[in-house]
Ligand binder design. Structure first.
Ligand code: PLP
Length: 397
C-alpha cells in the first residue's frame, strides 16, 4: 500500500496545486479575469478594499485574480511563501535588483549568465551607480574568491544554475553558506531547471527567479516572469518596485503560464531524457570538440548537479571542430531543429550565443565567461530524440 505523505508528490501538485478559485462558478479551469479595474458596491466598500480591511481587488497593476492564481501556484511548487508574476524574466530580475540595491551598493554574480541579464547588470545598473562584481566560471566555485568581493556595501548574491549558455552548475548550498555568514540574500535564476528538477529555496536560497517565457509556460507563446520568496521579501519588492514601476503580467499570459505548468513534469522528463541522449551522441561525434551538459559524467560539475538536481534538464551546448565557420554550417543545414533564440519550448531550438543571445557581451567579456565563438546552444525539445540526432548528423556531415 502507498505510504501516506504529508504533501502530495510534485507531479500531483503541478496538476492540482492550489485550490482557491477566486470565483464561485466552480470551473475546473479557472476563468481569465481580463479586466483592468474592479467594481464596488458602494463608497464604504471601495474605501474598505483600498484600506485593506475588506477583501477585494483595486486595479490589475496592483493585483488580479488570475495573476494571483499563477503566483500561488509557482510559490507552492518552489516551496516559497509568496510569489510575484511579472511581464518578463528580465523585469523580474530588474525588479529584484532595484528593490534590493541603491546607488553606491554592489552585488556579486557569476559572469556566465543570460546575455540580457548581463547587459542589465553591466550597463543599466551601473548607470544607477549599482556595481556588479563578476566572477568567472572557475571563481564561482571558490569560496575564497567570492568572499574577497564582499564588502559593507554588498547587498545580494546572484547566481543562475545551470547557467546560460555554458551550462556551468553553481553549488547553491555553498553560495548559501557565504550569503548566510554575511546576512545577504541569495538569488537564484531557476529558469533552466524549473522547480520540477531543482528547488533552490530548499537549498537555502532566499529568492528564486524565473523567465516564465521558457519551461514554465513551455509552448513559446508568451513572455512572463516570476519571483518567489518569503511574504516579507515579496511585499518589499512589490511596494519598492512593482506597484509603481508597473512591470506586471497580463492576466491572459498568466493564464497561459498556468495552463503550460500542468504538463511541466512530463515535459521536463522528456526534455531531460532527450538532452542526455543527444549529449552522449554528440560527445562521441568526430566533428564535435566539446559538449557541455551537466548530465555527462565528464562535466566538471556533474557531482554538484547530481546533488541539487533531479535530472539535468533540456539545455546543452557544444563546440564544433572548425569553430564558428563550421557552427554556422550546422545551423544553416538543420531541418527539424529550428534556428531561433529562447528555450524551453516543445520544438528543438538551436542558436549561436556569441552572435545572438550573448552579443550583449564584448569579445573580451565572452572570453572571460567561457563563451567561445564556436559555441552552439541547443534547447532540446520533446520530439523523438532519434529524429533530432538524425537532423544534427545530416547537418554535421
Ligand atoms: C536564464 C534566463 N533568465 C532570464 C531570462 C530573461 O527572460 P525573458 O526573456 O522572459 O525576459 C532568460 C531569457 O532567455 C534566460 O535564459
Amino acid at each position: 500500500m502507498a505510504k501516506e505523505r504529508k504533501r502530495p508528490h510534485i507531479e500531483t501538485e503541478i496538476v492540482h496545486g492550489i485550490h482557491s478559485s477566486h470565483t464561485t462558478s466552480m470551473d475546473l479551469v479557472p476563468p481569465i479575469h481580463m479586466t483592468s479595474t474592479f467594481k464596488y458596491r458602494n463608497a464604504d466598500h471601495s474605501a474598505g478594499v483600498f484600506a485593506g480591511t475588506e477583501e477585494g481587488y483595486t486595479y490589475t497593476r496592483i493585483s488580479n485574480p488570475t495573476v494571483d492564481l499563477l503566483q500561488e501556484k509557482v510559490a507552492l511548487l518552489e516551496g516559497g511563501e509568496a510569489a510575484i508574476a511579472t511581464a518578463s524574466g528580465m523585469s523580474a530580475i530588474a525588479s529584484v535588483s532595484l528593490s534590493l540595491a541603491k546607488p553606491d551598493d554592489n552585488f556579486i554574480s557569476c559572469n556566465s549568465i543570460y546575455g540580457g541579464t548581463f547587459a542589465l547588470f553591466n550597463k543599466h545598473l551601473r548607470n544607477f551607480r549599482i556595481e556588479p562584481r563578476f566572477l568567472s566560471p572557475s571563481s564561482c566555485c571558490s569560496k575564497r574568491q567570492i568572499l574577497d568581493l564582499i564588502d559593507d556595501n554588498t547587498r545580494f548574491l546572484y547566481i543562475e544554475t545551470p547557467a546560460n549558455p555554458t551550462l556551468d552548475v553553481i553549488d547553491i548550498a555553498m553560495w548559501k553558506s557565504i550569503a548566510k555568514k554575511h546576512g545577504l540574500p541569495l538569488i537564484v535564476d531557476n529558469t533552466f531547471a524549473t522547480p520540477y528538477l531543482q528547488k533552490p529555496l530548499s537549498l537555502g536560497a532566499d529568492i528564486v527567479i524565473h523567465s516564465a517565457t521558457k519551461y514554465l509556460s513551455g509552448h513559446g507563446d508568451i513572455i512572463g516572469g516570476v519571483i518567489v520568496g518569503t511574504k516579507k521579501m515579496m511585499d518589499h519588492i512589490k511596494k519598492e518596485y512593482i506597484e509603481h514601476f508597473g512591470p506586471v503580467i497580463s492576466p491572459f499570459n498568466a493564464w497561459l503560464v498556468l495552463r503550460g505548468i500542468k504538463t511541466l513534469a512530463l515535459r521536463m522528463e522528456k526534455h531531460s531524457d532527450n538532452a542526455l541522449k543527444i549529449a552522449r551522441w554528440l560527445n562521441g561525434h568526430p566533428k564535435v570538440e566539446k559538449v557541455y551538459y551537466p548530465g555527462l559524467e565528464s562535466h566538471p560539475c556533474h557531482e554538484i548537479a547530481k546533488r541539487q538536481m533531479r535530472k539535468f534538464g533540456g539545455m546543452l551546448s557544444f563546440e564544433i571542430k572548425g569553430g564558428v565557420k563550421e557552427g554556422k554550417k550546422v545551423m544553416n543545414n538543420v531541418k527539424t531543429c529550428i534556428l531561433a533564440v529562447s528555450l524551453g519550448d516543445c520544438e528543438t531550438l538551436i542558436q549561436h550565443p556569441s552572435s545572438m543571445t550573448h552579443s550583449t557581451y564584448t569579445a573580451k567579456e565572452r572570453e572571460s565567461a567561457g563563451i567561445t565563438d564556436g559555441l552552439v546552444r541547443i534547447s532540446v525539445g520533446i520530439e523523438a530524440a532519434d529524429d533530432i540526432i538524425m537532423d544534427l548528423e545530416n547537418a554535421l556531415s
